[in-house]
Design a protein. Structure first.
Length: 308
């Protein structure tokens, strides 16, 4: 590999987009070529800087973008059917003698196009009630990562394969439920996590759903998502596991909005452990509003406002 080809491939290399042989060639070249080694180090530094300063869009922004995409796809489908009808009309006008003989066939074509377009699953299809979940596989994306020649003309390939699928069903379906709970932990898409919480809201009575929501309250990096979790848990604030999770959020969460919401939910629960949490908060809490809310709640519960 020469310098020109090495520099052309450096951006692909740092993003992991080269195959095994290309990576090996570039690494061997930069090991013996100081100018290209410096260029590669610069590429890596730029990537590290971009990662360090990456801004995560809010859950609301991601949800808005997803809805806009769904609406655009629906509009494109409708536009395609209109264009097909217009072209058929133009063709009949150009061949008037065939209008009456072929019009029934054209009608069937338009009917079939409308049925096909209407039968395609939408981005929200997983929330539509059906009796059983249905899996629709799409062609897989394959990428060869390693090639090895063997005896007798045999070739061994190491292949990364990604296959996307669409699954439809109700939340009560075990497959749909499992996938939704997995989606609550998606590390890259706060908008998706927020939408899943909207789907699961009202089903927190189930222990598996409640456990997943409590885990999101403790670990989700988005404060908007954590507030959605609290809202979903509100009807179950008296449950011991939910009270414990809200107490941890009140004492440890980094978002003042989340902590205020947690204290508002806790003060509605008249339990001794809630008083202990409020007293613990008063020990070192600098936020004056939270201190006032805690003191007022303790007075209403006839509990001591002193710290020990």
């Amino acid at each position: 590999m020469n310098c020109e080809l090495a520099r052309q491939n450096m951006t692909l290399f740092v993003h992991g987009e080269l195959n095994f042989d290309e990576e090996e060639q570039l690494e061997r070249h930069t090991a013996s070529c100081p100018p290209c080694a410096r260029e590669l180090a610069l590429e890596r530094a730029v990537l590290d800087l971009a990662d360090a300063n990456r801004l995560e869009p809010s859950a609301a922004q991601l949800a808005t973008a997803r809805n806009a995409l769904a609406n655009r796809l629906a509009a494109e489908q409708a536009s395609w059917r209109r264009r097909l009808g217009a072209r058929l009309g133009e063709w009949f006008d150009f061949h008037p003698g065939l209008r009456w003989s072929l019009q029934p066939i054209a009608g069937l074509l338009l009917l079939g196009a409308g049925y096909w377009g209407g039968s395609q699953p939408s981005l929200q299809a997983f929330s539509k009630p059906v009796l059983q979940s249905r899996l629709e596989s799409t062609p897989s994306e394959r990428r060869v990562r390693f090639v090895k020649s063997g005896a007798g003309g045999q070739i061994e390939l190491l292949v990364d394969e990604i296959r996307q699928s669409k699954v439809r069903g109700t939340v009560e379906d075990s497959t749909i439920r499992e996938l939704l709970l997995i989606a609550t932990k998606d590390p890259d898409d706060a908008g998706l996590r927020a939408e899943v919480l909207d789907v699961l809201k009202g089903r927190t009575e189930a222990i598996d759903v409640r456990t997943a929501l409590i885990s999101s309250l403790e670990k989700d990096p988005s404060s908007e998502v954590r507030m959605k979790v609290l809202e979903s848990l509100r009807p179950y604030a008296a449950y011991p596991d939910v009270r414990l999770a809200m107490s941890k959020a009140l004492l440890d969460d980094t978002s003042s909005e989340v902590r205020i919401m947690a204290i508002d939910m806790l003060v509605s629960v008249d339990k001794p452990d809630v008083a202990g949490t409020l007293q613990k908060l008063l020990e070192n809490e600098p936020d004056q509003y939270l201190r006032q809310r805690s003191q007022a709640a303790l007075v209403a519960m006839k509990a001591s406002t002193n710290t020990f």
